[in-house]
Design a protein around this ligand. Sequence first.
Ligand code: GLC
Length: 737
Amino acid sequence: MKFFYKKTVIISEILYLFTVILLFSSTGCKKDKRIYQDTGQPVENQIEELLSRMTLEEKVSMCHANTKFSSTGVPRLGIPSLAMSDGPHGVREEIKPHSWESAGWTNDSCSYFPTLTALAATWNVELAKQYGGALGQEARARNKDVILGPGINIIRTPICGRNFEYMSEDPFLIAEMVVPYIRGMQEQDVAACVKHYALNNQEVDRGVVDVQVDERALREIYLPGFEAAVKQGGVLTVMGAYNKYLGLYCCNNDYLLNKILKEEWGFKGAVISDWSATHNTVESANAGLDIEMGTDKDYNDFFFADPLIKAVRNGQVAEEVVNDKVRRILRVMFRTNVFGKRSKGSFNTPEHQQIALKVAEEAIVLLKNNNSFLPLNMEKLRSVAVIGDNATRVHASGGMSSGLKALYEVTPLLGLENLLDSRVKINYALGYKKTSQFTWDRGIIYHSDPAEETQLLQEAVAIAKKSDAAIIFAGLNHDFDTEMLDRPDMKLPYAQNKLIDVVYKVNPNTVVVLICGSPVEMDLWIDKAPAVLQAWYAGMEGGNAMARILFGEVNPSGKLPYTIPEKLADSPAHSIGEYPGEKFTVKYKEGLLVGYRFFDTNNIEPLYCFGHGLSYTRFEYSDLDLSGKTLSSDDSLHVSLKIKNTGNVDGAEVVQLYIHDGAASVFRPLKELKGFKKVFCRAGEEKKVIFTITKKYLTFYDINSSDWTAEPGMYGVLIGSSSRDIRLKNEFEYKDL
Ligand code: GLC
């Protein structure tokens, strides 16, 4: 009995002890747990409280990856890893934690939106917001905290492999479209990651090339998109680029990261390195990099892992510098409600598919339409020849990091089949074949077969002969429009030029639809083709959008976000500047003269100019009126005009406002885009359009004062349907009070 009693006492004591420990640890956690949930206290206070509880090791751990696509949290304090995912036009399939291999999930096929050149080609800021919102919802549904996009590097050369992922050659258009995209996404509790900051305008030698560009071009051309993303978009993360700027890697470039981004622009979020773009510990830490991702080392050997702890311990990096990084990362978490009530998102919804369709429809640019050849009339047409590798090729998975496992992708042929009933017979032929292969080490290699090529041409001719009209789906694919590679030239690959020529010879009613994300040369056939469409990589609903445009269900309203030169040599990066540079240095000698700024200032005719895009209707511009003849530094000037749809189909026009500085004491491009409005008008409808101009729209970056400056004098207002189709002009005087 005694023994039994003793045993009971011991057990109860153990139980008591266990309870106390449990209570303490849970209480302890509870104390810490209190900061697990957003307490409603000011965020900065909660950040300070979290920080005060962290060891140096925990702080440093947050500044580097713990998997391919996440950075480390602090489980003890209830701080989760920060989960990231590509990319700019859809949520990438799940990757294994510590390799680039697919995780093999069966439920991560996503919505595939048109790529960003297409989004930019809509010139529709409302759509950009919807686009960002839908992508944010998809990211939330996949439990991602950060989407590694948008990519907004300036399209400096027509042959950069990643042009399809970017938006434009013009900083104003980029700024106007990237802000709503970011806001839309971040409203869904997902951080955008604007990239690649900065000057990553080519893929050749991207990991080492040193970009030399003058301060004005940096400020007026290459940075404004990023500045708007930070100041107006409130972007929560920025991705440091691979390349160097003026001799220093972007990820350890104090001028770009600390001076401009954080101090001048007031960026409060986190700078994330591109994958393997970090090259050192002390310089990068002190220069403003906050999270190191993708380095090809064990995580503890990352520059921002044990070496950073050591650097703090030996005084090379102040602990406060690490504290600032942790604050920024926690700020991203709080701003995306990681500790609070988060939106749950939605995945592959009809609404997202509708947004993809709408963006595709509004992105497609009608480049040429002689004698209103388009739209095709499905009442009259009895048969149509559908020709080309791009009629049936799906593109979603291509392009490297932005590649997607799309839920579906409607090809142009399928889109036509969806639209056309049995009244119109579709005759299909491959016409040309993708005989290229993208390789990491040898670039693009070809394995063409002349006999097969001849046979394909003959098949195409045969069906074109017997059809009322022919549609050739030509262009590129992600062997050419891809990360890691720039194209060798602007030419259409394979036998496409020959195909267009022979088909046109047997059937002049031939439309060319270009599926590509960057400019191509058309000189060999452009005079023959009665109609040409630029259709982009138009996402999962692209085929339906193309069919609906071709047969007039939708009136095209896209406008080019970049210039299409007659030939590559006309492009400023190739005629004035350097490309791809020598000995891993590239000099942007063209300075401000990027895109239309170059063609207009030097009066060189491009094939199709920036802002160009036709419609199935016509728009009349009239009644340009300025609210005054002068503008002073502290007020604004209203520019109004009327636009009338004088055709017989509803349509949309992008009214563009360019400013010419007639007073400049410094060199300035002939004109610069400073406003645009996409106006939808029913047939016969007239609408008033009003722009508001302030001093900001007149400024250039003055390197003497290191500030934006507007000089007094006369300024021209040019209202156009494109950068070269100027319909109305006026001028005003700017007076600097
Ligand atoms: C890539 C790209 C970047 C992408 C990242 C993660 O190299 O440059 O845009 O987000 O690595 O895949």
